[in-house]
Unconditional design. Structure first.
Length: 288
């Protein structure tokens, strides 16, 4: 397994802790999103300054980086609200439609035609996701605000992956992540002020959860995933992110005593089979 693939696997493992923490409802979704970004930025910014990683050859790049930061911040905020106003299963299902949007946007806007293996892998993985969450969840989907927030989260996620892929072709990972998180933090701070969220007065357990989100789910996870995005196809990265649902379920079983059913195990196998399909490469026969 190559370094980018190992980084992607570890990064997905780190972000899989996030849904488990959100389910605890220790803080509001918006304030959780802000502190996740603010804590990660507070740790990474001094390091980036010390290592002289904030120099940009062209300051015009700040605009697309800012767009990336706002996209990512919006995705987290929207997903947090969605998961707290519906079931975690429904929110996860709708957000994880992002690989389809990545493929469609790549084709329309980037003139990139995803390989057949991507579409086949996406179909298999989505069938697995349907099995994983259960047909009842699909049938009980309601066209309410939480539903559309889940869809919006998937769209924002897809746009972030594609825009960040382009930027990471020109920037170092630390440079991109630092600037992106600064813009995300500022944007989320403004959003929280507008919605009159409380920034303090949380329990010790809530602060521990916020620090975990900032260090593990944001800083470590997205340094690893950004490195993988820099060195892999965006379509592969987006589809691989579906596996976070599997890891989140395993972690929920460990930390909040949720049971893993046989149906979820079968769905997990199908999801992983779909992801594996996108990594299949035809080998050309050797010329004798």
């Amino acid at each position: 397994m190559t370094r980018p693939r190992i980084a992607l696997f570890l990064g997905i493992l780190c972000i899989s802790i996030f849904p488990v923490i959100v389910r605890m409802n220790l803080t509001s979704g918006l304030i959780s999103a802000f502190y996740r970004m603010a804590i990660a930025t507070a740790i990474l910014l001094p390091f980036a300054l010390y290592k002289n990683k904030l120099k940009l050859e062209n300051f015009k790049m700040l605009l697309p980086i800012m767009v990336c930061g706002v996209l990512f911040a919006s995705d987290i905020a929207v997903w947090n609200i969605s998961i707290q106003n519906s079931s975690a299963t429904q929110a996860t299902l709708l957000t994880n439609l992002s690989p389809i949007w990545v493929g469609v946007f790549s084709f329309i806007f980037l003139s990139y035609r995803p390989r057949k293996s991507f579409w086949l892998g996406t179909l298999i993985a989505l069938i697995g996701m349907t099995v994983f969450v259960g047909i009842d969840v699909i049938l009980e989907l309601k066209l309410d605000v939480a539903f559309f927030l889940g869809i919006l989260s998937g769209l924002l996620y897809a746009l972030y992956i594609l825009v960040s892929k382009r930027l990471l072709e020109q920037l170092e990972v630390i440079t991109f992540i630092t600037y992106s998180m600064i813009f995300s933090t500022i944007f989320l701070f403004i959003i929280n002020v507008v919605f009159e969220e409380q920034f303090f007065g949380f329990s010790n357990k809530a602060w521990i959860s916020l620090i975990t989100q900032g260090v593990v789910c944001q800083l470590i996870a997205w340094l690893l995933i950004s490195y993988a995005t820099q060195n892999m196809r965006a379509t592969r990265v987006s589809l691989s992110l579906l596996s976070q649902a599997i890891f989140a379920t395993i972690l929920a079983a460990v930390f909040v005593n949720e049971k893993i059913t046989v149906v979820q195990m079968v769905g997990s196998i199908i999801i992983l089979a779909g992801i594996a399909t996108t990594f299949y490469e035809k080998t050309k026969p050797a010329i004798k």
